[in-house]
Design a protein. Structure first.
Length: 265
């Protein structure tokens, strides 16, 4: 086992007009944006999959545009997660996973299952949902990260359920969404959502230094101090791959924040 996991840092998506002339060179053709992003960052979230299914050919084309080592996290369909009873999502989950994700091959990162902000913790329903998440698709291993956005998930029972299923809890930095930093899988998934436009890089130096220290700790197998934990049992101290995405908030600054954090690695 390596002494440290790999650290992947990126943003949500790659097509946002205000990034043109700030992160992307002025005049860069839109079809070349992903390839350019991949020269400066080593991960991105695919957001289009939240709204509708994509084709295997499109996943294959995206994979061809980025170098080895780049990872795509894939946001799960809203038809899987924005529902009253999560445990009834089996058909939708099957369709989502079979749409062609496997065409990304070894460039496929975790699947992000984002719950509605109104969805409260129901242990039986959540247990049924987690049991529906497949371990692989077309021979490609799948990794799953669950993003709860309701305060009721801040409890030991949720942490235990996620750890039993080997599903990562998304670690949020957000004004209102809960932060649950317990490590429950063999990788870490964080979404940093506090960029401010007044900062040229979205985050100040002290904040970036702190997140760099945290990221290195995660990669080395640590549960860093200063975050919020709710489990009864500490996580096993073993190296983990780390995925960190800057999203939302002052979105125009997010690529530069991600690049600044990557430089600190």
């Amino acid at each position: 086992m390596p002494a440290e996991g790999a650290i992947h840092i990126g943003v949500g998506g790659w097509d946002f007009d205000p990034w043109r002339g700030t992160f992307y060179p002025a005049g860069l053709a839109k079809p070349k944006q992903l390839a350019h992003l991949a020269t400066r960052l080593n991960a991105t979230e695919i957001n289009a999959t939240f709204y509708k299914l994509q084709s295997p050919a499109l996943f294959e084309r995206w994979a061809s545009m980025v170098p080895e080592g780049f990872k795509f996290a894939v946001k799960a369909s809203r038809f899987c997660t924005n529902r009253r009873v999560l445990g009834e999502a089996g058909e939708a989950i099957g369709k989502f996973c079979a749409q062609g994700l496997s065409a990304l091959g070894d460039k496929l990162g975790p699947i992000l299952w984002q719950l509605a902000a109104t969805k409260q913790f129901d242990p039986d329903d959540l247990r049924a949902f987690l049991a529906l998440l497949p371990a692989s698709q077309d021979g490609v291993k799948l990794r799953h990260a669950l993003e709860p956005r309701h305060e009721s998930f801040k409890c030991p029972e949720f942490v235990a359920l996620a750890r039993e299923a080997g599903v990562a809890i998304v670690i949020a930095e957000h004004e209102t969404y809960p932060q649950i930093a317990d490590l429950t899988a063999d990788f870490v998934y964080a979404r940093l959502q506090a960029a401010v436009e007044e900062e040229p890089l979205g985050y100040g130096d002290s904040a970036l230094d702190l997140w760099a220290k945290v990221a290195k700790g995660w990669a080395a197998g640590e549960s860093p101090a200063g975050l919020e934990y709710f489990g009864d049992v500490p996580a096993e101290a073993s190296p983990r791959d780390v995925f960190i995405f800057f999203i939302s908030a002052a979105k125009v600054r997010n690529p530069l924040a991600a690049e600044a954090l990557a430089r600190r690695m």
